[in-house]
Write a protein that binds this ligand. Structure first.
Ligand SMILES: [Zn+2]
Ligand SMILES: [Zn+2]
Length: 136
C-alpha cells in the first residue's frame, strides 16, 4: 500500500491520519512482522523520539476499534498486531519466534452447523518449527 492509499484507507475507516498514526500503520504494512507494542516502540523510537509506549498502545487500540488492524493472541502472554485484516492464519515458529501468514481457503473449511451464530472474529493459529529453522 502506498502512503496516499494508507491515508485514504485510514480516513475511510474514521481514523484521522496524524503523522504518528501514519508511521505506525506504515510500519505494520511494510514489516509484516506481526509486532508487539514493544517491538513497534523499539523500532520506531529512533525516527520518532517523542513516541511513547502508551501512544503506540492507544494507536493500535484505535486501529482495532476502527477495523484497520487485527489482534493476534497466538500466545497468552503476548499481543501482536496485524494490518492485514483479511481472513488468514498464523504460524508461530518456536525457534525463531517469527509469526508467518498462512493462506486459508475458507470454502474448504468444514465447520459444525453454526447457522444462526454471528461470527465476529476468525483466528487460525498453528505452532511448530519453520522451514528455515528445520534446515539450520
Ligand atoms: Zn523459525
Ligand atoms: Zn497476518
Amino acid at each position: 500500500m502506498e502512503v496516499n492509499n494508507i491515508i485514504d484507507h485510514l480516513t475511510q475507516h474514521g481514523v484521522k491520519p496524524s503523522p504518528q498514526r501514519l508511521n505506525i500503520y506504515k510500519y505494520l504494512i511494510e514489516e509484516k512482522n506481526h509486532p508487539t507494542v514493544d517491538t513497534i516502540f523499539k523500532d520506531l523510537i529512533g525516527a520518532m523520539p517523542t513516541l511513547s509506549k502508551t501512544t503506540v498502545y492507544n494507536t493500535l487500540k484505535l486501529f482495532i476499534d476502527k477495523g484497520v488492524a487485527k489482534v493476534i493472541n497466538i500466545e497468552n502472554n503476548e499481543t501482536r498486531y496485524d494490518a492485514d485484516t483479511s481472513i488468514h492464519g498464523h504460524f508461530k515458529c518456536e525457534k525463531c519466534l517469527k509469526v508467518f501468514d498462512i493462506n486459508i481457503d475458507m470454502s474448504e473449511i468444514k465447520t459444525l452447523d453454526i447457522s444462526g451464530f454471528l461470527i465476529k472474529e476468525t483466528h487460525f493459529y498453528l505452532k511448530g518449527i519453520c522451514k528455515k529453522c528445520r534446515s539450520d
